[in-house]
Design a protein around this ligand. Structure first.
Ligand SMILES: NC(=O)c1ccc[n+]([C@@H]2O[C@H](COP(=O)([O-])OP(=O)(O)OC[C@H]3O[C@@H](n4cnc5c(N)ncnc54)[C@H](O)[C@@H]3O)[C@@H](O)[C@H]2O)c1
Length: 248
C-alpha cells in the first residue's frame, strides 16, 4: 500500500495488520519503503523494491498516498494523486496477477465535481506537457477534483483488462474525513465557518473517520467482495447522493 504514514492510510495499514495481512507500506517517511511518489524515479524505486520483496505475487494493493486541494504546487497534485497511483498499479500488475489480487484506489467523492476536461484527458493520456499547460489556468480545488476524476476513470477504463488477468480494480470515494490533510484547512480561520457549514450538511450528521474508509477498503480487498469489480464506492455519509441524486 501507499500513503501509510498518516490519516486514512495509517488506519488502513493498522486494519490490515490487525486482520493478519503481511504488508509492504510506501510513504515519504516512516514506511517499510520510503519513496517520493511525486517523481518518476521515486515511483520506479517503489515498484522495484516491492518486486524484489514480493516476487511471488501480491494479493492486494491500496493506492492511498495523496495531497490535498490546499497545495499551491499544482503539478504536485497531479504527480502524486494520479501518476503516484496509476503508475504503481501498472508497475505491480504482473505481481497482482500471480495471486489474482484486488486493487483499491483511494479516489474522492469530489471526483465528479467540475474541473478541466483538458486536464483530465491529459492525465488519462499520460501527456505531462498537456497536464502542465492545463494546470496554468487552474486552482488547487479543480486540480484535485480532476486528479481524482482521472484516477476513477482510469480504474473504470482498465477494469476489464485487469479482470482478464484475475485482478479486481475498485475505487473508494471518501467524503470529508478527519485527518491531518483536512485539519490543514479546517484550522485556517478563513475556512473554519465554511467547513462547519459543510460538515452540518453531511446527511448522516458527522464527518468521516479514517476507520470508516479502512472498513470499506478491507471489504473490497476481501473474498466477500469477489464479484465487485470496477466499482466506485462512495464512503461519504450520503453527501454524493444528496448533491447528485439523479446521477450514479
Ligand atoms: N481526508 C479527506 O477528507 C479525504 C477525502 C477524500 C479523499 N481523500 C484521499 O485519501 C487519501 C489519504 O488522505 P488523508 O486525508 O489521509 O491525508 P494525509 O495527508 O493524512 O495522508 C496522506 C499520506 O500520503 C503521503 N504522501 C503525500 N505525498 C507523497 C509522496 N510524494 N510520496 C509518498 N507519499 C506521499 C503522506 O506522507 C501521507 O502519509 C488521499 O489520496 C486523499 O486525496 C481524503
Amino acid at each position: 500500500m501507499t500513503g501509510s504514514a498518516s490519516g486514512i492510510g495509517a488506519a488502513i495499514r493498522q486494519r490490515l495488520l490487525d486482520e493478519g495481512h503481511q504488508l509492504l507500506a510506501v510513504d515519504l517517511h516512516s514506511a517499510d519503503i520510503n519513496a517520493d511518489l511525486s517523481t518518476p524515479a521515486g515511483r520506479q524505486a517503489a515498484v522495484d523494491t516491492i518486486r524484489n520483496a514480493a516476487g511471488d505475487g501480491l494479493d492486494g494493493f491500496v493506492a492511498c498516498a495523496g495531497v490535498g486541494s490546499h497545495i499551491t504546487d499544482l503539478p504536485l497534485i497531479a504527480q502524486v494523486n494520479y501518476f503516484g497511483a496509476v503508475e504503481l498499479v501498472e508497475g505491480l500488475r504482473e505481481l497482482l496477477a500471480l495471486k489474482r489480487g484486488a486493487v483499491v484506489m483511494i479516489s474522492s467523492n469530489s471526483a465528479p465535481m467540475a474541473t478541466s476536461a483538458a486536464y483530465v484527458d491529459a492525465l488519462l493520456a499520460s501527456d505531462l506537457d498537456a497536464v502542465l499547460r492545463a494546470l496554468e489556468e487552474m486552482e488547487g480545488k479543480t486540480a484535485y477534483f480532476g486528479s481524482k476524476q482521472a484516477v476513477t476513470r482510469w480504474m473504470r477504463r482498465n477494469t476489464a483488462a485487469y479482470a482478464s488477468d484475475g485482478v479486481r480494480l475498485n475505487a473508494v470515494g471518501p467524503g470529508y474525513t478527519e485527518t491531518p490533510m483536512t485539519a490543514a484547512v479546517a484550522d485556517d480561520p478563513k475556512f473554519r465557518d465554511g467547513i462547519r457549514q459543510f460538515l452540518a450538511s453531511i446527511p448522516v450528521g458527522r464527518a468521516g473517520q479514517p476507520a470508516d474508509i479502512a472498513s470499506a477498503v478491507s471489504f473490497l480487498l476481501s473474498e466477500k467482495a469477489s464479484f465487485i469489480c470496477g466499482a466506485m464506492l462512495f464512503v461519504d455519509g450520503g453527501h454524493d447522493a444528496m448533491l447528485r441524486p439523479d446521477q450514479f
